[in-house]
Design a protein around this ligand. Sequence first.
Ligand code: TYD
Length: 203
Amino acid sequence: MKNLFIAIEGTDGSGKSTQAALLAEKLQQEGHKVHLTFEPTNGHIGRLLRSILKGQISVDQKAIAALFLADRLDHILNEQDGLVKKMNEGYTVISDRYYFSSFAYHSVYMNMDWVIECNQMCREILKPDVTVFVDVPPEVCMGRIIANREVPELYETGEILKKVRNNYMEAFNVLASEEVVKIVDGNQPVEVVAGYVRDACHM
Ligand code: TYD
C-alpha cells in the first residue's frame, strides 16, 4: 500500500498535537512505518521561530511568515530526516501543522494570496494526501490555553484564534479543487476525535 503524507491542522488549543500522536500510534499498531513530525521544527529556523512565538525576540509579521516558509522548506528538503527523504523511504509521514497553518495565521496580518503564492514551491514538491482539520470553537481553545499555559504565546488571544479559524475555512474554500481536506469535530472526547481522525485518513 502507498505510504501517505498526512497533515494535521487546528488552532492553538485544538488538541491537534495529541491527535497527531494518537494517529501515529494507531497506524503503527496497524503495521505502518510511521514518521511523526511537526512545524515549527526543531531545526535552527524552527528554534528561532519558537523564541519569536514566546516573545523573546520581536520580528515583523511578514518576516515571521518568511521564516515559517524557510523552516518548511528545510523540513521538506533537509538531507537527514526531511519529509521527501522519509516519504521515499516508505514512511507514512504525519506532520503536526503544514502550509495551511501559514495560510491561516499569516493572513491575519497580510493578504492570503501572497501567503499561498509564497508556499507554491512546497505545494509542488510535497502536497499532503490529506489535511485533517481538528475543529474546536475558538472560545473552547482559548479556555484550554489559559488553563494550560503560564504565558500565552504570540497568537494565543481569543480574537486572533477566531480570525485564524475563519482563515482556515477561507483557505479550504479557495483551494477546494486542489487539496484534500477533512474537517473533523474536535469538540468531543479525545478517543472519539481520534476515531474521526483515523477514519479521515483512508488507508
Ligand atoms: P503549535 O503547534 O501550537 O506549537 P506548540 O504546541 O509547541 O505551541 O504551533 C506554534 C505556533 O506557530 C502556533 O501559534 C501557530 C504558529 N504557526 C504559524 O504562525 N505559521 C505556520 O506556518 C506554522 C506551521 C505555525
